[in-house]
Design a protein around this ligand. Sequence first.
Ligand code: B12
Ligand code: SF4
Length: 453
Amino acid sequence: MRILLVSANRERQPQPVFPIGISYVARALEPDHEVRLADVLIEGLDGLARTIDDFAPDLVGLSLRNVDDTRPDGHTQIAGYREVAARIRQGTRAPLVLGGSAYTLFPDRYLLELGADFGIAGEGEHLRLLADALASGRDPDQARGGLGIPGLHRPGRPGVPTVPWQGPVGHAVAADRLLDAYRTVGGMLNVQTKRGCSMRCCYCTYPTIEGRRIRNHASDGLVDEVARLVAQGTRFLFFVDSVFNLDLDHTARMAEEMIRRDLRVSWAGYFAPNRLTPDYARLLRRAGLTHAEFGTESLCDPVLKAYGKPFTVEDVRAAHDALGQAGVHRAHFLIIAGPGETQATVEDTIAVSRTLPDTVFFPFVTMRIYPGTPLHRQAVAEGVIAADDPLFDPVFYRSRDVPPDWLDARMRQEGADRPNWVLDESLDRMAALVARLHARGRIGPLWELLARP
Ligand code: B12
Ligand code: SF4
């Protein structure tokens, strides 16, 4: 079958990100199916229309990454996605399959909104089974002895539960052209070392998207992947795991192999501020880690507990120091005014943040409520939302013990005092600065430029 996989994501903030989802899905389809990748951010809607004409696909997969930008005054992506789906429908009668993280969070809603034929929630590599069934004229519902295709959704029918993908994982050969394009727009290339997170932070969607069971990708294949990207000219990578340091042994083995092969590439990842010994930090630095983004969320123990975070402020400090001493840039993401927050706990977080050296804070005020999370259940129980609110249009939880006007003024005051306390309204300016620096050949997230207290 000729299968066109399209990335609908046009978000450029904080920087353009390579559409790893369609590349990984394509890998599962190669070489038995002929695959082409298209990216609306790179080629625009007219480019997409030309690709459809030229390739004449038998099946089109559309990747939906972001639902919105998770900011209370931000924007949702649905209008842009409608435009892309309409362009696809104009150009071809091939069946349309949806997938991606945004799709997985709201599968039936997106099927309806975009009038698609199928969707695959969770790991999209299972598209392989759908393509095989369609190519041979078999009923997709009869796949796997009648269990159906993992994650498959069709309009008006119940979805099939997903299961972990067992086949190969990684970038497709078909992605090489697009990888090149991202190297030139300063966007970061990316690699995943594992899927799944077993933690239960109250607001988090990641276990819904990737599952709770941790599945490591084989470390030799991973380092081959990194080596291939480096040989192609990649200078910066983001390891896109939900939490890079969830499995210390696996990631340490990978880092050792990167050092042994002398792969000269800088990289970043998301870290939990715990499980981070000085030895591990030094190893990662030697393997090329330059930027660590911590999902810290609060610097006050009772609030960390209410958010369901599996660490304390003391752990944060130790992790911060371990990476700092190893020479790694650090940023902390915070969520202010979630469950359990009060004026006093906000002050605690601010006070502790002032004592963490050489770092940047990204404080987000209020917490986006996603379906199926502990926060969702709490918000229904507290009467913040109705039980049947679909939550597709963003709704944010705000602690009643933090007066909005007071918090707004307090955040602004802190932002005015400290360039490393980066408020929502500064993010656009920061993204513009980063884009200018990328155009001049700088690489990486570059938030360390703000890391003065
Ligand atoms: C790493 C990451 C980042 C990094 C990316 C770095 C990089 N260079 O890649 C950074 C920090 C830059 C980032 C930024 C943002 N991110 Co982010 N990010 C992630 C994270 C943790 C992993 C994404 C990833 O690459 N996964 C690995 C790939 C392989 O998985 P995947 O893309 O989901 O693809 C799989 C399936 O979805 C499916 N699939 C994908 N496409 C298709 C297509 C078809 C046809 C099919 C069938 C299946 C399919 O199959 C794939 C393989 O299994 C996710 C959370 C998560 N755990 O998913 C959030 C996530 C994707 N981000 C999110 C958001 C909101 C953002 C920002 C808007 C935040 C902000 N306000 O700045 C920006 C937008 C950036 C942009 N330009 O688009 C949301 C999106 C959903 C939502 N809530 O709206 C997520 C899900 C987190 C969340 N809060 O829920 N992000
Ligand atoms: S916030 Fe991080 S540690 Fe917590 S559940 Fe989500 S991915 Fe796991």
